[in-house]
Design a protein around this ligand. Sequence first.
Ligand code: KBG
Length: 467
Amino acid sequence: MMVDAGPQLSRRPGEHLKNHLAYQHSHERFGALIRGHLHPLSPPARVAGLSDQLISLDAGVATYAVGGMATHWTGVTPRHHPTVERSQAIPATEWDTLYGHAEALLNTRTDLTENAISHQVVLDALTAEYAELADPYGVQPLPMAAQRRTDNPRLVRWTGMDTILGPLADGDTDAFLLREQHQCTRLVPATDGSRIEYAEIVDHITCRTVKVEASTYVVACGAVLTPQLLYASGIRPPSLGRYLTEQPVAFCQVLLRDDAVPIPLDDLDPNVWIPVSPGRPWHCQIHRDLPYDDMVTDPDVDTRLVVDLRWFGLVDPRPENRVCFSDTTADVWGMPEAGFEFSLSEDDRARQHRMMADLRRAAASLGRYLPGSEPRFILPTLPLHIAGTVRMGSDPDTSVVDPHSRVWGVENLYLGGNGLIPTGTASNPTLTSVAMALRAANGILASRKQPSTERRAHERPGILVPR
Ligand code: KBG
C-alpha cells in the first residue's frame, strides 16, 4: 500500500505531465503549469542566510501530487563520480550493478537528441574547447530518463513514477493499493521505540483518520518532508535534518552562432554533459529548460539558437547546515513548520567561483550571451536537490539510516529519497537515490523470508483500520 498526500494528476499514477502534447514543445507553457505545483516549504521571513549571493534556500519547495516531482522533473540522470561524490557507505563493488538497475528502471539513455542539429553543434564546440578532459569525463551526451516515441518521433515519453510502477500503474492487481490524498501525519512507535506499530493517515477526501498497520514502513517524501514526518512522530536522532547540502547554480544563456546551423523548425533541444571529475567538482549541463522568473523573452530572438548552461556546484556536508522544525507553528498540512539554517564555508565559496569561471569559458566557445541572461548565480537557488537531511552512514551519531536505508534503532522503518545522500554532490541526485532505494528494497525482500501467502494477516503490507 502506498499513500500520497497529494492528488493523482494523470490516468496512470504519477505520469510526467510533459507527456501531454500541449506541453511537449513549449518550455514557457510547461513552466507556467508546474510553477503552481511547487509549494513553498517555509515562509521567507524565517529563512536564514538570504543575504548570501551564491545560494539561498528560499526556493525550498515540495510538490504534493502522486509521483511528487517526478511529475515534472527534467530527467537528467548521471551517475555520481566514484570518489568525488559517491558515498562509501555502500561498497564500491555494488554501485555499478545498482546504477545499472536504476538506469533500466528509469529508462535512462543518451540517445534522446542525438540527431538534433543544435545538440551536435554544442557537442562539437565543447569537445574542441575541452580537449584536455580524458575519457570518461570528457564532453558527452547527457543521460536522460526519456525516450523518443517510435509512433511519433516528434514526441518524447518522459519517465515518471508510472514508469517505475510498470504494470502496477495499471491498477489491475490486488497486490498494490495506491491511496491519493491520504497524508501520513504520524508514525506511532512501540513504547520502547524499537519498531513502528502503525501509521496515522488522514484521508483528505472523506476527512477521516485511519490507522495503517504494516510489517514494514517506508517513508520517501522528499528531503524536507521525510525528516518532517519523523520529527512529528517523535523520532529525532541527533543528525535529523542536519548535514544538509544544496547545489549553487551558475547559469547563463548563449545564442549559438547562426552560421553553425540551419536548425529545422521542429528540432529537439541539445542535451550535453561535462561530468564531475577530480579538479572539476561541478556538474555541467547544456540544454533547454524552464525559464527562471527573472527571464524576459525577446520575440526577435530565434529560440532555436538559444541554449541554457547550468553548472551545479558541490558544497561540503556540515552538521550546522540544517532544516529544523517548529514545535509551535504548523504548516498548512498541520505538520511542524520547516525553516532552514544554511551557509557556505570558505572552501564551498572558492569552489563556486572556480565553477563560474568555467561556465564563462564554455559559453565563450559556443557564442555570445543572450542579452539579459549573462552569467549569474540563480537566487533563490532552484536545483531542488536538497540532500543529507536523513543521511546514510555507518555511525548512528552522524547518520539517520544504516547502509540498508533503515532508521537506526527502528527495526521496521526505512527511508528513501535524496535526503539519504550523505556526501557533497554536484550532479543531479535522482539516479543515485534510486540506486540506494533498490539496495534497500532488496534488503527488505531478503528479510521477508516467508512467501507472502503464509504471512500472518497483520504482516500483510497495509491494513486499513478505521479509528
Ligand atoms: O535543469 C534542471 C536540472 O536538470 C535539475 O536537475 C534541477 O532539478 O533543476 C534544473 C532547473 O532549475
